[in-house]
Design a protein around this ligand. Structure first.
Ligand SMILES: [Zn+2]
Length: 78
C-alpha cells in the first residue's frame, strides 16, 4: 500500500502522511488525531511548523471551523 501524501499547513512541504503529525477538531478543540475520522490537518514534526500554522490560523482554514488550540500541544514536538 502506498502511503498518502499530505502537505504541512505550516511550511507547505509535502510528505508521506506517516512523517507528519495529524490533528482533527473535536468539540471545537484541536486534538492530535492519528487514526481519527474526519478532516485532518497535518504539520511536519517541527515546532516551527506548528507555531507558523497557529499564527496563520491555518488550522481553522484547513479544518473549516474555529478551533481552540491548547499551547500544550507544542509538547508533541521535540
Ligand atoms: Zn512544515
Amino acid at each position: 500500500m502506498t502511503e498518502r501524501i499530505r502537505s504541512c499547513i505550516g511550511c507547505g512541504r509535502k510528505a508521506p502522511q506517516g512523517q507528519l503529525l495529524r490533528f482533527v477538531a473535536a468539540d471545537g478543540q484541536l486534538v492530535p488525531g492519528t487514526g481519527m475520522p474526519g478532516r485532518g490537518a497535518y504539520t511536519c514534526r517541527r515546532l516551527a511548523c506548528f507555531e507558523r500554522a497557529v499564527s496563520r490560523r491555518a488550522f481553522n482554514r484547513t479544518l473549516r471551523r474555529t478551533v481552540r488550540i491548547d499551547q500544550n500541544l507544542a509538547s508533541l514536538y521535540t
